[in-house]
Design a protein around this ligand. Structure first.
Ligand SMILES: NC(=O)c1ccc[n+]([C@@H]2O[C@H](COP(=O)([O-])OP(=O)(O)OC[C@H]3O[C@@H](n4cnc5c(N)ncnc54)[C@H](O)[C@@H]3O)[C@@H](O)[C@H]2O)c1
Length: 397
């Protein structure tokens, strides 16, 4: 390490899929981009001693603990990185904020809006840096989409469309675990849909109101080891209509029961002068239709979002080699560390909370079979916590 470059201590809570992705990102980020600091994964926490010990060894953490509070309080941890199920986020965030730690939290911010308010209020009160893990924004193609929408290439945006299809719950024999319990795993609307609603808000703007429908096809699943069946209260599939504040219209669909669809998500924006379409199965590409093209060229052209001029390509491979899912986490780590210690982190918990309001509105609209205005979620609460958080949303907006 060159003289004058400071180290930043990271504590990763959870060593599952996201713990692994984030640990990889901290290792790779300084190798991809010059950074003003060197990230060191000081400690990793998990509930199972043997498993977390193994994970810490494999993933390069300096030590491990089975007590997340120990990680949060450790003096050599500057950033608490939360990679546990959504139902655990708010409590960990509150403790980390109280200790004055910067926080990166995986999406969704919480399993429900009330807990998301607690989380947002905790970082607002403690004035600590905070970021939410909407990593797909960091893919060059989606980042280019944002740049093109903002530059006015499409003119006024009229329609947004987002769909996320997976087969994660397709097999009814998959036993019950935290993902099937809404208070721990959140709804499918909030799990997959949080990414889509984040992209909708980022690309098009604030959502005013939603209507929706939702179904759980497999209503009970066997407990671990063939134990007695447990009720599932998480939606298998949901869809919604969105009305944006700008007047644009949106269509949203999430499902975990689509046979042979692994992680197939698409986003499309139609403006008065053009169309942009992203398909995750071809994540280095963007389809662009321009009303200004000559009639002979009628159709959509395939952009390669790999050019050094394109956003989020800095430090990656030469054009044509492409980047993958892992790159979104490396870019996320690099973007945040580039701002360490005094810059601004984005997207932050205010965005996470706004997305959670959208998720909650879709859940309520489906349950009550009516249009739900987001202000009903954002501002309809009486408690101080919600009041503080919703004013935070407005300040940020
Ligand atoms: N951004 C993305 O692309 C993406 C992808 C997958 C998951 N996620 C999010 O990351 C978070 C973690 O998901 P994951 O896929 O890494 O989960 P996982 O099951 O692979 O890992 C969960 C980790 O949390 C720990 N844990 C702590 N308390 C727990 C509890 N009460 N129940 C179960 N596990 C507990 C587990 O021991 C494990 O280390 C979730 O918020 C999820 O929505 C984000």
């Amino acid at each position: 390490m060159s003289a004058g470059v400071r180290e930043v201590g990271i504590g990763i809570v959870g060593y599952g899929t996201m713990g692994r992705a984030h640990a990889y990102a901290y290792a790779a980020a300084p190798r991809i981009r010059p950074l003003p600091c060197v990230p060191r994964v000081r400690v990793m926490s998990g509930r199972n001693q043997a498993a977390v010990e193994r994970a810490a060894l494999d993933l390069g953490a300096e030590r491990f603990t089975t007590e997340w509070r120990e990680l949060v309080e450790a003096p050599d941890v500057d950033i608490v990185d939360i990679c546990t199920p959504p139902g655990t986020h708010a409590e960990i965030i509150e403790a980390a904020a109280e200790c004055g730690k910067a926080i990166l939290c995986e999406k969704p911010l919480a399993a429900g809006f009330e807990d998301a308010c607690r989380a947002a209020e905790a970082v607002r009160r403690a004035r600590v840096k905070n970021a939410i893990g909407f990593n797909y924004r960091r893919l060059p193609a989606l980042s280019l989409m944002k740049q093109m929408v903002d530059s006015g290439r499409l003119g006024e945006v009229r329609l947004w469309r987002g769909s996320w299809l997976s087969d994660e719950f397709a097999d009814p024999e998959i036993p019950f675990d935290w993902r099937f319990e809404k208070s721990m795993g959140a709804s499918t609307i909030a799990d997959l849909g949080a990414h889509l609603l984040d992209l909708a808000g980022w690309l098009v703007g604030e959502i005013d109101a939603v209507s929706a429908q939702s179904r759980t096809f497999t209503k009970a699943r066997s407990g671990a080891g063939g134990g007695r069946p447990l009720d599932v209260d998480v939606d298998d599939a949901s869809s919604a209509l969105l009305r944006f504040g700008s007047g644009a219209l949106g269509v949203f669909e999430v499902a975990k029961t689509c046979v042979r669809r692994p992680c197939d998500f698409t986003v499309e924006v139609n403006g008065e002068r053009g169309t942009l379409r992203f398909d995750y199965a071809r994540l280095n590409e963007l389809w662009y239709g321009d009303a200004g093209d000559e009639a002979e060229l009628y159709g959509m052209r395939r952009l390669r979002a790999e050019h050094p001029l394109h956003p989020e390509t800095q430090g990656w491979w030469t054009i044509g080699q492409g980047v993958g899912y892992g790159a979104s986490f490396v870019n996320q780590a690099a973007d945040l560390l580039e701002q360490w210690p005094d810059g601004t982190w984005s997207p932050d918990f205010a965005t996470g909370l706004e997305v959670q309001a959208g998720c909650e509105a879709i859940e309520r609209a489906a349950a009550e079979r009516r249009w739900v205005a987001l202000d009903e979620i954002r501002g309809g609460a009486s408690s101080q916590i919600r009041g503080g958080a919703s004013s935070q949303i407005r300040d940020a907006g």
